[in-house]
Design a protein around this ligand. Structure first.
Ligand code: ATP
Ligand code: MG
Length: 416
């Protein structure tokens, strides 16, 4: 027998939660479009290579979290574990290097095989924003501004801190990398197994380790700011000047690295203390090396992703999109059934939200109308039909009046 529960770490989205998601998405879309971003929708699965090559063999996502399977044609397929690689793939596939800069936004499900807990699911949803083809720090400032505006429009800006770091240009990174390898090699015996692997392949990722022993060692590890060359310093200063000019509050966190391997220069996270352990609501950075790594033309990129489920926990109820209260059409007597359906249809075509109770006597149907929080009930019986009218009850005031069928949609719109 089928197990009639959702798979662990997945959730149905219905009722108020669906309204929360829609509210947040609408606000995101508005902000993104204000910054002249265009919607993009990439497939929720790609060839496994697309993610494997780009995310790097040391990232948690690739090593532990991907939903990968072989399809019936023998292709290795992976369910989207993040947006950037798929969007970069789409940029290359569609030959968009001719039309840079490209400014995109997207929203949809993301799949990661994680240990489910509060704020951490196996299917969750991200809003994603990317700028492709801009090397200048203006793009960094702009994506940070979109993020800050978005969180402010959600009414949660004051509970959230922007943590900002620079991971440096390739030269600074490489010097820093050497220093980290030197330091951690000296403490090899105390490193976790995962971090030992990272030490060879991508030592910066050790800084992102959640292992307690690793965290102890990280405290005294070399700091990236000491390895910035002049061009990294200039770039980062410009970003900070921009962020300050736009009055976006931030703190520098020089231990912040991103979980994925392709980042450089600006890295950032917007975090809150209101969600317990999973406090990062939005995170991103610059990934100038990604496109080449995928075999495409050298193209700069920067972007971020925000977790829908975590944001949905934070927004206030009064922000939620209000759904129009329905008008309920109620036939009185068997003869009125079809004419009532016709009336309901006419009102719907006129743009009014209409529901019907499908069975029961008038009393039962009126009860249902109240339960649906209907604003008006429109009663149609044989006697009214003969005179070309219907009885319109105002359910808030308890009043009622007869309205001619030809006037009824204007009447309801006027009152609605
Ligand atoms: P973490 O360190 O918490 O695992 P991450 O670096 O894996 O985060 P990103 O890849 O940057 O996260 O994803 C961007 C955002 O998506 C996160 O800040 C978070 O809000 C959300 N997110 C990431 N993983 C999950 C998940 N498993 N369930 C729900 N939301 C998630
Ligand atoms: Mg993660």
């Amino acid at each position: 027998m089928a197990r009639l529960q959702p798979v662990r770490g997945t959730h149905d989205i219905l009722g108020e939660k669906a309204i929360r998601f829609r509210t947040i998405f609408e606000i995101f879309k508005n902000v993104a479009e204000r910054y002249s971003h265009q919607e993009i929708d990439t497939p929720i699965f790609e060839f496994t290579e697309t993610f494997k090559r780009t995310l790097g063999d040391t990232s948690d996502v690739v090593t532990k979290e991907m939903y990968t399977f072989e399809d019936r044609g023998g292709e290795q397929i992976t369910l989207r574990p993040e947006y950037t690689a798929g969007i970069a793939r789409a940029f290359i596939s569609n030959g968009l290097q001719q039309s840079t800069p490209c400014k995109f936004y997207s929203f949809g499900p993301i799949f990661r095989y994680e240990r489910p807990q509060k704020g951490r699911m196996r299917q969750f949803h991200q809003m994603d924003l990317e700028i492709l083809g801009v090397e200048e720090p203006q793009a960094d400032i702009e994506v940070l501004a979109v993020a800050a505006d978005f969180l402010n429009d959600l009414g949660i800006g004051k509970h959230i801190t922007l943590e900002l770091n620079s991971l440096g240009d390739p030269e600074s990174r490489s010097d820093y990398r050497d220093a980290l390898v030197h330091y951690f090699t000296g403490h090899k015996g105390k490193l976790s197994e995962d971090s030992l692997k990272r030490l060879e392949k991508n030592p910066m990722r050790i800084l992102d380790s959640k292992d307690d022993g690793d965290r102890e060692l990280i405290k005294d590890a070399p700091r990236i700011a000491d390895f910035y060359n002049q061009s990294t310093k200039d770039f980062f200063k410009m970003v900070i000047d921009g962020v300050e000019a736009l009055d976006i509050k931030y703190v520098i966190n020089d231990r912040l690295v991103r979980g994925l391997d392709y980042y450089c220069h600006t890295a950032f996270e917007f975090t809150t203390d209101q969600l317990g352990a999973q406090g990062t609501v939005l995170a991103g950075g610059r990934y100038d090396g990604l496109m080449e790594m995928m075999g495409g033309p050298k193209t700069a990129g920067i972007g971020w992703a925000a977790g829908m489920e975590r944001l949905a926990e934070l927004i206030a109820d009064d922000l939620l999109i209000k759904q129009n209260r329905p008008v309920v059409v109620t036939p009185v007597g068997a003869e009125a059934q079809i004419p009532a359906m016709k009336l309901a249809h006419d009102l719907r075509v006129a743009g009014i939200v209409v529901d019907m109770a499908y069975k029961g006597n008038v009393g039962k149907r009126m009860k249902r109308a109240n339960k649906q929080n209907a604003s008006f009930a429109v009663l149609l019986g044989e006697e009214e039909m003969a005179r070309g009218v219907a009885m319109v009850k105002n359910l808030d005031q308890g009043s009622q009046e007869e309205v001619s069928l030809s006037q009824i949609s204007d009447y309801l719109k006027g009152k609605g």
